[in-house]
Write a protein that binds this ligand. Sequence first.
Ligand SMILES: [Mg+2]
Length: 134
Amino acid sequence: MLDLGKQATSQLRYKSLMSIDELQGKLRDFTSQRDWERFHTPKNLVMALAGEAGELTAVFQWLSPEESADAMADPSRAERVRDEIADVLAYLLRLADVLGVDLEAALAAKMIKNARKYPVETARGNARKYNDLP
Ligand SMILES: [Mg+2]
């Protein structure tokens, strides 16, 4: 008998072990197989990314803060959230790939900048922008 729980777990592990490079390779293959490289200019990818971020935003639009915190409790809404997050990620990965941006290095560098902008001593517990911090 097929153990779906075990199979699902192993698929999940497989997915969680994929690196950024592997994800970008899969998206590159997907694009290439459809001869879509010509459409994947930085301008078009940025616009697609913004469009998908808008679709994700639309899922949460008009929800109360409490409803938004509980968004994944509704299976239909949860699927839309996962789909739109995946769309945002896919276009972000494609954009970085096309521009030659090393996502891990870019994130690491930005986190260092953010740590300087938002020192724990002044930023802890408030949501002020860095130029409004004491
Ligand atoms: Mg979408």
